[in-house]
Design a protein around this ligand. Structure first.
Ligand SMILES: [Zn+2]
Ligand SMILES: [Zn+2]
Length: 364
């Protein structure tokens, strides 16, 4: 990074025509209150000097180079302390907060509140990341998050999934403005997966193929009804446990979901490769998908423009009417969901009303 990035405003770097902030994800592993804890944190740093000091503070007891997401044998509270001790401008954001094993509120090794997890440093946590299996509307139910910004990022494990979720800031592109935007509502919107698409939305036991929707009444004592073993309590259940109000939101159109009292809105999308794969009835990594993906993102200057802004006629011209219909259906929220559970991704497919005979085969 040092050899490619050029500083372009305070704490913001550019390379290859894009701007970057120095950031990482770490995995804190420790014991607290008689329970093993694993919490993933995102850390933003304002420059390489801060990164060097942070690495020295973390590095004494850890092997930071073992993994792209290093494991820290320290509490989440102590990790926040070390980051801020390295540079007080650093920002720490609990990652995918509802994920059962690694989320700060997760059902397996998480906490019931910010205070329980971060103790005296909880007031310095100004934002959370929703993760794939929850969206902002779900998080609006939780009082502990009322005073914090709700963010979404890729959680990318490959370059193909970069940008699958994202946050649109209205702040100037410098580090202090981004950090302040978390406190002052300088966020225009977030772009989300449908929460059912994520792999921990509902409760279940993958080995037995058991999936349970808590809204139908969960199984007693969270036991799998087939093997009687432990069930993985998903994001919807866990969030409902900690929520202090029912789901509430408005949908004024244009695909945006809004909060009645003005928290930043969001929209739920399906990655373009998945839509092409659906439209062409081939795998998302296939050559056929590539052959359509490239001209679309080139024509409209990026995947987000294809999914959100490109006019239907232009989509039809570059791709096909079927692809255009799939994109418009997702924009307008016309989708079929099959929710994920216990590590199994859910699926979200466009509901297309006008079908010819061949396409109708796919919608029994
Ligand atoms: Zn993570
Ligand atoms: Zn089972």
């Amino acid at each position: 990074m040092r050899s490619h990035l050029v500083e372009d405003g305070e704490g913001v770097f550019s390379a290859f025509g894009a701007r970057f902030v120095l950031a990482t994800e770490v995995s804190c592993v420790w014991r607290q209150d008689g329970k093993g804890r694993r919490v993933h944190l995102l850390i933003w740093a304002p420059g390489f000097g801060a990164v060097d000091r942070m690495n020295r503070r973390f590095g004494r007891a850890q092997n930071l180079s073992s993994d792209g997401r290093p494991m820290l044998k320290m509490s989440a509270r102590d990790a926040v302390f070390a980051a801020l001790d390295a540079d007080e401008r650093c920002v720490v954001i609990p990652a995918h907060v509802w994920t059962p094993w690694y989320g700060m509120y997760g059902s397996k090794s998480g906490f019931d509140s910010m205070e329980e997890c971060f103790s005296d440093l909880a007031p310095l946590i100004t934002a959370i990341e929703t993760g794939l299996s929850s969206d902002p509307a779900m998080n609006w139910r939780v009082r502990d998050i009322d005073s914090r910004a709700i963010l979404s990022f890729s959680d990318a494990h490959s370059t193909r999934t970069m940008g699958r979720e994202l946050t649109v800031f209205s702040a100037p592109a410098n580090f202090s403005s981004l950090a302040n935007a978390l406190r002052n509502g300088g966020i225009l919107e977030t772009v989300e997966f449908h929460p059912e698409h994520g792999k921990y939305h509902l409760d279940g036991h993958r080995k037995c193929g058991v999936r349970i929707d808590p809204r139908d009444g969960g199984p007693p004592e969270n036991r799998c009804p087939v093997c009687k073993g432990g069930l993985t309590v998903g994001v919807l259940s866990r969030l409902s446990e900690l929520a202090s109000r029912p789901l509430f939101y408005t949908q004024p159109g244009r695909g945006l979901v809004t909060h009645p009292d003005g928290r930043p809105p969001f929209r739920s999308l399906v990655p373009l490769r998945d839509l092409l794969s659906f439209s062409l009835s081939v795998g998302p990594a296939s050559k056929k998908v590539d052959r359509l993906y490239e001209p679309l993102v080139n024509e409209f200057a990026g995947e987000l423009n294809v999914l959100v802004y490109a006019p239907p006629d232009d989509l039809e011209r570059v791709a096909s009417s079927r692809v255009a219909e799939a994109i418009i259906a997702v924009r307008e929220g016309r989708v079929e969901v099959d929710a994920g559970y216990d590590g199994v991704y859910g699926s979200v497919t466009p509901r297309i009303e006008r079908l010819d005979a061949g396409q109708a085969m796919m919608f029994p």
